[in-house]
Design a protein around this ligand. Structure first.
Ligand SMILES: [Mg+2]
Length: 394
């Protein structure tokens, strides 16, 4: 008969499995402005099954993780079809939110804390709050920079003054008028070290102009293109070119802004007769985050491991519940390529309540279900089956 110590070791050798879930939000828990009546019950079941979970969205809207979590919790609760007394709270705090820019807090911000960082995205106050929470001491919003240096955007002065921006206009903005508009508090024009596109900017022209200026030179007011410095890092949080708003047809999103910024950055360098190899090197410093990128999926795995540490786990099964085959399910497909021949795997659970419609390409989803309730039931049943098949060790 084996001793308890020996038996414990044998159980470990048989393998503990980490099972965890990443939930998309739009098209899964919410449809437009309407929230699912099944969301709360689904989260209660996942909690009862002791499966760690996070929410992963390419949105964020400049909100902090804590404020996103708090407003989402109350909406999921309010929409529930459960009777009031059964609406037990499920813990959704900031640690469970992976917004498009969340990985930057630990992976980018520490090395940028002391440098000036150009922040692109709106609403201004909110994105600056996020930057501040991440420890970026010298975050400069693109619109503040344009207000402080009024001639960076000739159209801003013309629009605000109600006159033409051309030189023939008699009411051209004078330096004195421009100086009145300086309102960039705390910015001391130290050299820029990075550009962070946190979410969609409201003013594309100004964002592109200021963005390209900074990409070309850390000191864009005095040096047009700085050949002496390494390529300026530029990070985009959300690759989605189109998104669904209230208009009947999709609208341009951050991915579209990236196409515009990148094209005009290249065009600007060609005008300056920068050698093609330098242009290629500069463009290569542009980095993409968000679903379905590896960067975001590796971050999600790490967050799920931290939420429920299992030092003896020998197998990991991650589930992604989402509505978008080219984003959510594509992320699982790429992850399985990265983890090939390891004991970590991803399964895509595709729901029919959003982008995906019956008959569309599923991009290799493990299963297609009607909605969030069925998705969670399927995962729990599958895990029961796997545990039974391995005698409870799995
Ligand atoms: Mg979605």
């Amino acid at each position: 008969m084996s001793s308890p110590a020996k038996r414990a070791r044998t159980d470990t050798e048989a393998g503990e499995a980490r099972v965890a879930i990443a939930f998309d939000i739009d098209g899964v828990f919410k449809y437009g402005r309407e929230w699912s009546k099944d969301g709360l019950r689904a989260l209660q079941k996942v909690t009862e099954a002791k499966m760690p979970f996070v929410f992963v969205t390419n949105g964020g809207g400049g909100l902090t993780e804590a404020s996103y979590a708090s407003s989402m919790s109350s909406k999921i609760r309010a929409a529930s079809s459960l009777p009031e007394k059964e609406r037990t709270d499920v813990i959704i705090d900031g640690s469970r939110m992976v917004l498009s820019y969340t990985p930057w807090q630990s992976l980018l911000a520490p090395s940028l804390a002391e440098g000036a960082v150009l922040i692109i995205g709106d609403p201004k106050e909110q994105v600056l709050q996020v930057a501040h929470n991440y420890g970026l001491k010298y975050a400069v919003h693109y619109s503040d920079y344009a207000v402080k240096h009024y001639n960076i955007n000739p159209f801003r002065g013309a629009r605000e003054g109600g006159h033409s921006h051309t030189a023939v206009a008699t009411t051209a903005v004078s330096n004195a008028e421009g100086a009145k508009r300086t309102a960039c508090e705390g910015a001391d024009d130290r050299p820029f070290e990075a550009v962070l596109v946190m979410c969609d900017p409201y003013e594309w022209y100004e964002a592109v102009q200021v963005g390209v200026d900074v990409l070309c030179s850390p000191t864009p007011l005095t040096v047009e293109f700085d050949v002496t410095v390494p390529p300026m890092p530029c990070h985009f949080s959300n690759p989605d070119v189109l998104w669904k708003s209230e208009h009947p047809f999709p609208r341009f999103g951050q991915g579209a802004f990236k196409i515009a910024l990148k094209a005009l950055y290249m065009e600007r360098m060609r005008f300056l007769r920068i050698p093609q190899e330098t242009i290629d090197e500069r463009i290569a410093a542009i980095r993409q985050w968000g679903k379905p990128t590896d960067a975001t999926f590796r971050f999600v795995e790490q967050r799920l491991r931290e939420l429920a540490p299992m030092p003896h786990a020998t197998t990991e099964r991650f589930y992604m519940v989402g509505d978008n085959p080219t984003s959510d399910i594509e992320g699982t497909r790429r992850s399985n390529i990265v983890h090939k021949s390891t004991c970590t795997s991803w399964d895509g659970v595709l729901v029919r309540t959003g982008v995906y419609k019956s008959g569309d390409e599923t991009n290799g989803a493990t299963v297609v279900v009607d909605g969030i309730g069925d998705a969670v039931d399927w995962i729990i049943e599958r895990e029961k089956g796997l545990r039974a098949a391995t005698g409870g060790a799995s």
